[in-house]
Design a protein around this ligand. Structure first.
Ligand code: NAP
Length: 283
C-alpha cells in the first residue's frame, strides 16, 4: 500500500496567511501590534532554539513578541508574579510559558497564574477544564495541530477508533478531548498500558505522543491506518526524529505524518493564530 505523507507545511502556510492578515487589521485598528509575552526560565539549548523560531514566526506575522527571561534559577513565586502581572497588563494580549522550568518548579506550580483568556498554549488548569467541559478556551496548540492536520488531509474521525499514545496535560489528554468533540472513539494509552501493540493495531488512527523513539512500528499498526507522529526526539546522531519507526510503517499505513514537517509547523502556526484570537477578544 502507498503511504501518503501527511505534511503540515501547506496547512501551516494557509493558517499563517490568515493570521498575518488579521494581525495587520488589528494593528491598524488598535494602533499597536498584537503582543505575546514569552516567559522563559531556563538555559536549555533546545528551548533557546524554539524560542528563537517562535520570535521569528511572530515577527513574520506582524506580532510583537516580548521575551521575558527570568533566569534558570527563578523561583515558583517569581514566575507566578510575572505571569500574574502579564495577565493583568492590558498591553499584553497573550502569554506563553516556555519549558523546561527551573529545577524543582513544575507547570502545576505556576500555570494557574496565567489568565485563561491569554493562555494561548492552553496550559493552565482552567484551560484544560474548559476543554474537558467542551467550553470555549484555548487548547494546547500541539493537540489542536493533530486534529487540524487530520482534517486537512481528509481523515474522517466521526465514529472511528483513535489510539492516542501519551497522556500528558499538554498533548495526550487535551487531544483526547478534542477527538471526542469530533465524535471519535478514543483510547488513551500510557506507560502502564498492557499490550500497547494490540491497542494500536486495533485503531483506525494512531497518534504517537510519548517521546520514545521507535515506539510505534509497522508491526503494531493495521493495514491502511493513519499514523500521526507528534514525537520530537533527538537521535544519537543529533537528528530530530519522531516516535514512529517510519520505515517499517511505510507500505502498511494509509498515511503518516513526517518528523520534521508534520505536526510541528502546524503547532507554531496555531500558536500565532491563538495570539491574534486573544488580541481580537473584546475587552
Ligand atoms: P511527556 O510529558 O513526557 O509525556 C509522555 C507520555 O507518554 C506520558 O503520558 C507517558 O506515560 C507516555 N509514555 C512514555 N513512554 C511510553 C511507553 N513506552 N508506552 C506508552 N506510553 C508511554 O511528553 P509530552 O510533553 O506529552 O510530549 C510527547 C512528545 O511530543 C515528545 O516527544 C515531545 O517532544 C513531543 N512534542 C511535540 C510537539 C510538536 O509541536 N511537534 C509539541 C509538544 C511535544 P505516563 O503518563 O504513564 O508516564
Amino acid at each position: 500500500m502507498d503511504t501518503a505523507s501527511l505534511t503540515g507545511k501547506d496547512l501551516a502556510a494557509a493558517i499563517n496567511a490568515d493570521t498575518t492578515a488579521r494581525a495587520k487589521a488589528l494593528t491598524e485598528r488598535a494602533g499597536r501590534a498584537p503582543r505575546l509575552a514569552l516567559v522563559v526560565a531556563n538555559e536549555d539549548p533546545a528551548s533557546a532554539w524554539y524560542v528563537n523560531s517562535l520570535k521569528k514566526s511572530a515577527a513574520n506575522r506582524g506580532i510583537d513578541c516580548d521575551t521575558v527571561d527570568l533566569g534558570a534559577d527563578a523561583s515558583a513565586d517569581t514566575l507566578r508574579t510575572e505571569l500574574s502581572v502579564r495577565s493583568a497588563d492590558p498591553e499584553t494580549d497573550a502569554i506563553m510559558l516556555q519549558t523546561p522550568l527551573p529545577a524543582g518548579v513544575t507547570l502545576d506550580d505556576v500555570s494557574a497564574a496565567i489568565a485563561a483568556t491569554k493562555d494561548v498554549d492552553g496550559v493552565s488548569p482552567l484551560s484544560l477544564g474548559l476543554l474537558a467541559a467542551g467550553s470555549a478556551g484555548f487548547a494546547p496548540a500541539t493537540a489542536e495541530a493533530v486534529v487540524e492536520l487530520l482534517k486537512h488531509h481528509g481523515v474522517a474521525l466521526e465514529g472511528r477508533h483513535v489510539a492516542v499514545v501519551g497522556r500528558s496535560n499538554v498533548v495526550g489528554k487535551p487531544l483526547a478531548h478534542l477527538l471526542l468533540a469530533e465524535n471519535a472513539t478514543v483510547t488513551v494509552c500510557h506507560s502502564r498500558t498492557t499490550n500497547l501493540p494490540a491497542v494500536t493495531a486495533a485503531a483506525d488512527v494512531v497518534v504517537a505522543a510519548a517521546g520514545r523513539i521507535g515506539l510505534v512500528t509497522g508491526a503494531n499498526v493495521r493495514e491502511g491506518a493513519v499514523v500521526i507522529d507528534v514525537g520530537t526526539n533527538e537521535s544519537s546522531d543529533g537528528k530530530i526524529v519522531g516516535d514512529v519507526d517510519a520505515e517499517s510503517v511505510r507500505g502498511i499505513a494509509g498515511g503518516l505524518s513526517p518528523v520534521p514537517g508534520g505536526v510541528g509547523p502546524v503547532t507554531t502556526a496555531l500558536l500565532m493564530r491563538h495570539v491574534v484570537l486573544a488580541a481580537e477578544r473584546p475587552r
